[in-house]
Design a protein around this ligand. Structure first.
Ligand code: ATP
Ligand code: MG
Length: 249
């Protein structure tokens, strides 16, 4: 078994809450309402993972399975420029974009299949200077939620989601990579999904993800990140800011 790596969020409190950063060989679920910052955190991690260890990275590349067409190369550029500002040295946004491999998933079955492609790519890059060290699925649940409507299909949905998560866990284990998945929760109670504080996919996602982070909006660009039910870390909260140059304290 390989030693667990830590991927820095670039935010002091957030990293500390996570025991130094986002673990490799584990699935970390970001859940929260629309606009709570899930996709922003995912973009920042796609940048940070490429940094050397001294700067909190894993010197690796990233695969993003984008299910809602929310990946924005322009946003990556802003964050890389933000890094240049932060460290007082020049970083080339194009270099960073080269190591972000984005695949669009058109439906839930396609999304599951893309994990196999991601694994193939990780295998090809295994001995390169930028092995895959981060897998992102943003959003994990949107397609499932749209496709499986009605009580009769719920068990089937959970089973598929579970299988999907097991594939992702395998990616994390095999390549000593972090796995980030996002999951939207609703702001208002919903007749079908029920409790708005419980993520779509309910307890299945809850039990498979090793770390669960609940994001919520606060004043201005501030967001509160809450670590929920970690197996080995105390529950806690961290405040971050989502700014144009990226995530900040
Ligand atoms: P959803 O559930 O709809 O996918 P989300 O949790 O992924 O939502 P994000 O897209 O991560 O939400 O957050 C969007 C918010 O991030 C915006 O409302 C804004 O506050 C902030 N944001 C996005 N881009 C920038 C930027 N370039 N500069 C500063 N803040 C930004
Ligand atoms: Mg999003």
């Amino acid at each position: 078994r390989k030693l667990v790596g830590k991927l820095s969020t670039g935010c002091t409190e957030f990293d500390e809450m996570m025991g130094g950063g986002i673990d490799t060989q584990a699935i970390t679920e970001l859940y929260g309402e629309f606009g709570s910052g899930k996709t922003q955190v995912a973009h920042q991690l796609a940048v940070n993972v490429q940094l050397p260890k001294e700067q909190g990275g894993l010197s690796g590349s990233v695969v993003i399975i984008d299910t809602e067409n929310t990946f924005r190369p322009e946003r990556i550029k802003q964050m890389v420029e933000g890094l240049s500002e932060k460290y007082g040295q020049e970083y080339d946004p194009e270099e960073f974009l080269k190591h972000i491999h984005v695949a669009r998933a058109y439906n839930s079955n396609h999304q599951i299949l893309l994990v196999d492609s991601a694994m193939e790519l990780a295998n090809e890059l295994k001995d390169s200077d930028m092995p895959v060290r981060l897998f992102i699925v943003d959003s994990l649940t949107a397609h499932f939620r749209a496709e499986y409507i009605g009580r009769g299909t719920l068990a089937d949905r959970q089973q598929k989601l579970n299988k999907h998560l097991h594939g992702l866990q395998k990616c994390g284990d095999l390549y000593n990579a972090s796995v980030i998945v996002t999951n939207q929760v609703m702001s208002k109670p919903d007749a079908f999904f029920g409790d708005p504080t419980k993520p779509i996919g309910g307890h299945i996602v809850g039990h498979t993800a090793t770390f669960r982070l609940y994001l919520r909006k606060s004043k201005g660009d501030k967001r509160i990140v809450k670590l929920v039910d970690s197996p080995n870390l105390p529950d806690g909260e961290a405040i971050i800011s989502v700014t144009t140059p990226g995530l900040r304290d």
